[in-house]
Write a protein that binds this ligand. Structure first.
Ligand code: MOS
Length: 741
């Protein structure tokens, strides 16, 4: 039986709903390029400065916009006095279009914001107008000259003062509240109890490339070069904000300098640029200043997490509770799903996972680097370390004893899960057996310690499409609106195409990021490679079917290699099997497999630190991660994703904290000099290993999400190492010197 089945229709589309497992894959082909640590195919363009980012496209008669931001934290704007700004040389216009909301509409997802404009300012730094100038300098001076009049109103700027205002949020990827069994009774009856509260601060994605847009209207259609992760949904958001239909908006994002969630949704500069370009009839470029990125895109909410674990004398969990307080701007619905990993990582009959959302007059909270797991696993995996200490058990043994046979809440099997093997292999590679009792390894004024934590990140498949064209001159061209935000998408899509069609890699051309092309999953939620990769795979599968037919054999009989189709002692150049360019669109959609099998990626983090006993200074000495994420499509780009995630873990544990002024909500540390991401001197040699795995339930290419796996749990491994070094448990992140001393 052909494994292609009835997928191949007359409209040149090979569509698959993931209802059944897909055991066979043409990725196990003869070209031998898949999985290999291939250098990024667009790398030479990037290092030579020839890969244009959003703000780098030329445009005729281009003018520049600079946003004017609220200089107060909450209240009514009564007047925008633009007299002085308009009088400046080079200033073209000051646009305060209250009917189009210039603020970013619900970047984290859904929003309740009434599109009434911004007279009602909700947070310090909220964009309220745009000044357009012939030069950037004129626009910038103009923005500084705009005078605002306003009446301040009551506001929530201080999280700790409004904890009683938390409410259950609307169901998102997980319910806001969930319970099973009787937690309170089981916890009270448990012979061993742990009840601890962890806090994590506001954070900012801090992508290298600031948010930027060049907007131009051509014949009633907006063409916007933007720095975005998800072109198709961003086009819809932008169209909605502008009150036009989505087919009148085309976003182009060929190269994106990092997103980390902050570019999932549109940011305020895109709406402002589009409004200004329409009014002036000229292309408008707006690049957010770094300070505006911190103030007016999205942050990650701070969290307060109360974790209670009740076990029997052997450490088997019977009661598990993870309750989180999180915040967002009043009109925003997005909430950080702190407990998403808690639902499935450990067994236990009686459990509750609750989230309560507090309205705060701070920059909107949205998705950032593994929303949920990144902070939730810091709390939970530190609590597990505390529990192990309390039980006198090795932390890996504690996890072994609580490894569930199936997903503990939905009671469905895992599609694949190698968390314990990752912990065990990591322990060996890292030298875990050398770990000493907490606070006992002192050499001079330095204390040494090791920590461990598990990594989990939910795997999701998203609807995604791509067109692949086999040309009569023997190349394959991939077209999709999928983005490469530095993750390696160009490279893995080229590898999938080359492998499946049996072409040398340099015969594959990948075009990404154009909203005119078939709509993809976009880059987010670690689903990009699996989803967009599957769509490309399916398109190639359709082309294989055609080639086999043309050759008069079945697809299974045919091998494709180096541009030739080989079957029954014949080897024919594929170009001789097609009369004209052959295009097939591949499309993948999630189906029943997601409901029948719980899908997640797994891993383990190990960390060695030294802590100065006099100053409290922490130096991370070594980190090692072992990860399993289904098929690894490119060993180099996958590894880079994990290295980045582990580095974020160091930042979350030790340095990253967005600080709000308690009087106005203003972000105090609004640049990379004061918002501390780890730099080279903070990051030691990191080691990444992969466990071999194929997940036939996930998608036809058997890969699971890897982008955000590396951060999930990483910070906990660092914190647990600090405890092991010092015997001091800090439950308030980041763990700065003052908290250790
Ligand atoms: Mo990610 S925070 O879903 O880009």
């Amino acid at each position: 039986m052909s494994i292609i089945g009835k997928l191949f229709g007359s409209d040149d589309t090979n569509a698959l709903v993931m209802d059944e497992p897909r055991p066979t894959s043409f990725l196990d082909g003869a070209q031998d390029v898949i999985g290999k640590p291939i250098n990024r195919v667009e790398g030479p363009l990037k290092v030579a400065g020839r890969a244009p980012y959003a703000a780098e496209y030329p445009a005729e008669r281009l003018v520049y916009g600079v946003l004017v931001r609220a200089t107060f934290g909450r209240g009514k704007l009564t007047k925008v006095d633009d007299t002085a700004a308009r009088a400046l040389p080079g200033v073209i216009d000051v646009i305060t279009d209250y009917d189009t909301f210039i603020r970013s509409p619900g970047q984290g997802g859904a929003t309740d914001a009434p599109p009434q404009g911004v007279q009602d300012v909700q947070y310090f730094g909220e964009p309220i107008a745009v000044v357009v100038g012939e030069t950037f300098e004129a626009a910038r001076d103009g923005a500084a000259a705009v005078r605002l009049e306003y009446e301040e109103a009551d506001a929530n700027f201080v999280f700790a003062a409004h904890k009683d205002q938390g409410k259950e949020p609307k169901k998102d990827q997980i319910p806001g509240h969930s319970k099973q069994g009787n937690f309170e009774k089981a916890f009270n009856d448990a012979p061993v109890q742990l009840d601890v509260t962890y806090t994590t601060p506001s954070q900012n994605s801090t992508a290298m490339e600031p948010h930027a847009s060049i907007a131009e209207w051509r014949d009633g259609t907006l063409i916007l070069h933007g720095a975005y992760q998800m072109v198709a949904s961003d086009q819809q958001q932008l169209a909605k904000a502008l009150g036009v239909s989505a087919d009148k908006v085309r976003i182009i994002a060929r190269y994106v300098g990092g997103g980390f969630g902050s570019k999932l949704g549109i940011a305020p500069e895109s709406v402002a640029a589009a409004v200004a370009a329409k009014k002036l009839g000229r292309p408008v470029k707006i690049v957010l200043a770094r300070q505006q990125v911190y103030e007016a895109t999205v942050r990650r909410s701070n969290t307060e997490q109360r974790i209670r674990l009740g076990t029997d004398a052997n450490g088997k969990i019977d009661a598990l509770s993870h309750n989180s307080l999180i915040a967002n701007t009043p009109y925003e619905q997005y909430w950080e799903p702190v407990g998403v990993g808690t639902h499935f990582i450990y067994g236990g009959e009686n459990r509750e996972v609750n989230h309560d959302l507090i309205p705060m007059n701070l920059t909107a909270a949205g998705s950032m680097r593994a929303p949920g797991e990144a902070v939730g696993m810091m709390g939970l995996e530190c609590a597990m370390d505390e529990l192990a200490e309390k039980l006198g058990l090795d932390p890996i043994e504690l996890r072994r004893r609580n490894e569930p046979a199936q997903e503990p809440e939905k009671q469905i099997p895992f599609s694949s899960r190698q968390m314990i093997p990752a912990l065990e292999q990591g322990a060996q590679l890292f030298g875990w057996s050398q770990r000493k009792k907490a606070g006992t390894d002192r050499r001079g004024e330095w204390l040494y310690g090791m920590g461990v934590a598990a990594a989990v990140r939910s795997n999701q498949l998203q609807k995604s499409a791509a067109k692949v064209t086999l040309t009569t001159d023997g190349r394959a061209i991939v077209d999709t609106d999928m983005t490469d935000i530095g993750t390696g998408t160009y490279t893995i899509l080229a590898q999938i195409t080359a492998e499946t069609l049996g072409l040398p890699l340099d015969k594959v051309v990948v075009h990404l990021g154009d909203g005119k092309a078939p709509a993809s999953s976009g880059s987010g939620g670690s689903w990009g490679a699996g989803s967009s990769g599957s769509s490309v795979y399916l398109a190639c599968e359709g082309i294989r079917e055609r080639l086999a037919k043309s050759m008069g054999v079945s697809v299974e009989e045919m091998t494709l290699k180096d541009g030739r189709a080989i079957a029954q002692n014949r080897a024919v150049p594929v170009t001789e099997l097609i009369e004209e360019n052959l295009s097939v669109t591949g499309q993948i959609e999630p189906g029943k497999q997601e409901k029948k099998f719980h899908q997640a990626s797994y891993g383990a983090h190990f960390c060695a630190v030294k802590v100065n006993a006099v100053t409290g200074e922490v130096r991370v000495e070594r980190m090692l991660g072992v990860f399993s994420a289904g098929r690894i499509l490119n060993e180099k780009t996958a590894r880079s994703q994990c290295l980045g995630g582990m580095t974020f873990g160091i930042g979350a544990a030790l340095t990253e904290e967005l600080i709000h002024d308690e009087r106005s909500g203003k972000v105090v540390n609004r640049d990379m000099a004061e918002y501390h991401v780890p730099v080279n001197a903070d990051v030691p040699q990191l080691e990444v290993h992969f466990l071999s795995e194929r997940d036939i339930h996930a998608n036809p290419i058997h890969a699971k999400g890897i982008g955000e796996l590396g951060i999930s749990g990483a910070g906990a491994a660092v914190a647990n190492a600090i405890y092991n070094a010092t015997g001091v448990r800090v439950r308030d992140f980041p763990i700065t010197c003052d908290k250790i001393i």
